[in-house]
Design a protein around this ligand. Structure first.
Ligand code: NAD
Length: 358
């Protein structure tokens, strides 16, 4: 099986090196038969070959069994015409990675910043919504008819809404069987109304899952007040992006926010956070989010291939992160600890070695 690693920008190379160390260890211990193949994306290839995302790298991703994408500094990329392709958005569209699955749970010993502990998953539609750069067949969905007026197109489709709802309900069936649809259909009546209507139709097929709805603005407050109440949350692209960063921070730190981007045939592990240019190159980044995302990717691959060794790899990662983080002396700075990225990665690998031997 081939895994493509795209380290990205900012802290991307540092936390991707951590993810690679973890994968190499699992490969050795569990005989996973993974081949890791690293390709450059982002500001480096922009300098060298004039694009942040060379077409050969997209081809490598298309034919891979899994992808690990480090964060990218797309806020400073030039326009697409000048070579600045948003690698993350492009992969989501090109490989139809429509489901962005973002779990957040509080972990033993780490303070959660919400008023209650939490264990929830935000299922975010990933291919349409307010993200106007990826909403059009041709061209960009943002434009300025005059110098002082800017317009942006939001796209919501029945198909996109239905398939994200099905993914979320299927996930809820493997958890506590509670689903909350988050929307703003009281104001954005047409597009969020379409989304909500499709989710309700899907809900009718899952009578074994308790279903309710919440407006996105009050949801932001309710996550702080009573996150324990929520299990699976399904929502559109931008609402999911924002609420999942909030949930990750409430659970302890944005540095714990993991995710996969999944379609029918491809899956990509990706940290929720960005490229953190303020701490890049200083060995200060918490690699947990990308490491946990890799565990989630292995779990997705295990289900597709009915491969127990891959599933075991996913479980070992999850357990090692929990165990290491229990100890305040083995945390990174964002969690009040003093370990650097490399030392924290070594602690995770040591923990996995000892768990795998049990
Ligand atoms: P950010 O997530 O990079 O950083 C926000 C804050 O969290 C910063 O203080 C940063 O130091 C901290 N932080 C983030 N990840 C951390 C980690 N693993 N360990 C410790 N601290 C961490 O958000 P931003 O500053 O708004 O964006 C920076 C760049 O990242 C921009 O170019 C933006 O476009 C890009 N971005 C990329 C992605 C992605 O690749 N998926 C997502 C969001 C933002």
């Amino acid at each position: 099986m081939r895994l493509v690693i795209l380290p990205g920008d900012g802290i991307g190379p540092e936390i991707s090196a951590s993810a690679v160390s973890v994968l190499e260890l699992l490969n050795r211990k569990l005989k996973l038969d993974l081949t890791l193949e690293t390709h450059e994306v982002g500001l480096e290839p922009l300098k060298r070959v004039g694009t942040t995302f060379p077409p050969s790298v997209l081809d490598a991703c298309r034919s891979a069994d899994g992808i690990v994408l480090g964060p990218i500094s797309h806020a400073v990329y030039p326009t697409r015409a000048e070579g600045g392709i948003n690698v993350s958005g492009e992969l989501r569209i090109q490989l139809d990675l429509y489901a962005n699955i973002r779990p957040s749970r509080s972990r033993q010993g780490i303070p959660h910043w919400g008023r209650t502990p939490m264990d929830l998953v935000i299922v975010r539609e990933n291919t349409e919504g307010f993200y106007s750069d990826r909403n059009m067949y041709w061209g960009v969905g943002e434009f300025m008819p005059t110098a002082d007026v800017a317009l942006s197109i939001r796209k919501v489709t029945s198909r996109g809404s239905r398939r994200i709802a099905v993914a979320a309900f299927e996930l809820a069936r493997t958890r506590r069987r509670k689903m909350t649809a988050v929307h703003k259909a009281n104001v954005i009546k047409v597009s969020d109304g379409l989304f909500l209507g499709e989710v309700r139709k899907v809900a009718a097929d899952y009578s074994d899952v308790e279903y309710d709805e919440q407006l996105v603005d009050s949801m932001a407050a309710l996550l702080v007040r009573e996150a324990a109440k929520y299990d699976v949350i399904v929502t559109t692209n931008m609402f999911g992006d924002i609420l999942s960063d909030e949930a990750a921070e409430l659970s302890g730190s944005l540095g714990l926010g993991e995710s996969i981007n999944a379609g029918e045939s491809h899956c990509m592990a990706q940290a929720q956070h960005g490229s953190a240019p303020d701490i890049a190159g200083q060995d200060r980044a918490n690699p947990s989010s990308l490491i946990l995302s890799v565990g989630h990717l292995l779990d997705w691959m295990a289900r597709k291939r009915m491969n127990e060794s891959l599933a075991q790899g996913g479980r070992l990662i999850e357990r090692a992160v929990d165990e290491v983080l229990k100890d305040p002396a083995r945390r990174t700075a964002d969690l009040g600890g003093s370990l650097g990225t490399k030392a924290f990665t070594a602690a995770i690998c040591e923990q996995m070695e000892s768990d795998a031997a049990k």
